[in-house]
Design a protein around this ligand. Structure first.
Ligand code: ZN
Length: 356
């Protein structure tokens, strides 16, 4: 049971180069113009553009924020489920979620740059500080903090690996204990899903890193793992080889994702229930994110232990949204800090050092 839980959103990966949810699509199409994409990737980007236009036309009937990555991903999933979106051919509609996955993966892997030198690759400095803080908290409190993240990228996973913090994704109930739980609620660029037996399996980072061909020279590196995860997939249960990258949109009521991700979500609810401190960073709790709202409500029922619910975000306009979300629970526990991830790490480390 974790005494301290960190909840990380897209803002946490910003310093590594990842776009925020609200400028993700612009960033993706801008990238498409500037870097040489493969034929398949170009086709997928184009299909997302066609899908977006169809959504735009539908705006008179339903108000969707189509500049928001998660809203669009959700809408495409729904379109594929019902087999319809504007004038698109049915094969196009069916391919929309997959095209969206390509766009997300390519954009994250192209935009995120890690420091490199002497033919090596080093963790993103902010995530490295965060990983070291986690290790320090474990040392001082004898408890591993838990991390719940909405991010698909593997920057934190990589930092844990480099700093030698043992972590587990908790993809099965039997996952090892005495590790930091890295709970990726929306999946990860190194997870694949077997369509046959509906399980999610991770590719270990050490394995993927060993296959990464780093060019000598250069001061930045790209952490490209998604294609290798899918290409080398072989289901440990049924042996099937064509796995799908496991990154899912935020909507929660999706039967196709419930079973495979259930252990992760259950672990997140348990972590919230046992939390004494919850530190939220770079996560905006958008109005449409019903999944987290329900998870928190269910997870925190009966929680008498909560002392701090602190939110860190440079966007101060979010304070009211969190205060309203917490309601009476905010009383004496809630604090809002207009800080980015880097300053949050420093601030929390100081605060917690005073605890012991
Ligand atoms: Zn299988």
């Amino acid at each position: 049971m974790a005494g301290t839980v960190f909840i990380l959103g897209a803002g946490a990966s910003r310093s590594a180069g990842a776009p925020l949810i609200t400028n993700f699509l612009d960033s993706a199409f801008d990238l498409c113009e500037r870097v040489g994409l493969g034929e398949g990737e170009k086709r997928d980007f184009e299909l997302v553009r066609v899908g977006l236009n169809a959504l735009q036309l539908a705006q008179s009937k339903a108000r969707l924020d189509i500049t928001n990555l998660e809203t669009v991903f959700d809408a495409f999933e729904m379109a594929a489920l019902v087999g319809r979106l504007g004038d698109l051919e049915s094969e196009q509609v069916a391919r929309l979620p997959e095209a969206m996955r390509t766009l997300i993966t390519v954009t994250l892997e192209q935009r995120i740059r890690l420091p490199g030198a002497d033919g090596g690759m080093y963790p993103c400095p902010v995530y490295q500080s965060f990983a070291e803080m986690i290790s320090q908290l474990r040392h001082e409190t004898k408890l591993w903090p838990g991390v719940i993240t909405f991010n698909y990228d593997v920057c934190l996973d990589h930092a844990f690996y480099c700093v030698r913090v043992p972590s587990t994704y908790h993809l099965s109930e039997s996952d090892q204990q005495d590790r930091v739980n890295l709970l990726k609620l929306h999946g990860s660029l190194n997870w694949a899903h077997c369509p046959e037996c509906r399980t999610v399996q991770e590719r270990s980072l050490s394995d993927l890193l060993a296959r990464l061909r780093l060019r000598p020279g250069g001061t930045t590196r790209r952490l490209e793992v998604a294609a290798k995860t899918v290409r080398s997939f072989e289901c440990r249960k049924c042996g099937k080889r064509d796995g799908q990258l496991m990154i899912v949109p935020p909507t929660w009521a999706k039967a196709r994702y419930q079973a495979p991700l259930q252990p992760v979500w259950a672990a997140a609810a348990a972590a919230l229930r046992g939390a004494e401190n919850i530190f939220v960073c770079g996560y905006s709790l958008s109005e449409t994110d019903t999944f987290f709202r329900y998870l928190y409500a269910v997870g925190s029922i009966g929680a008498a232990t909560l002392r701090r619910f602190w939110v860190f975000n440079p966007d101060r306009s979010l304070e009211g949204r969190f205060r309203e979300f917490l309601g009476q629970q905010a009383e004496g526990r809630f604090q809002f800090h207009g800080m980015d991830f880097e300053n949050m790490v420093r601030h929390v480390a100081q605060e917690m050092a005073g605890e012991v």
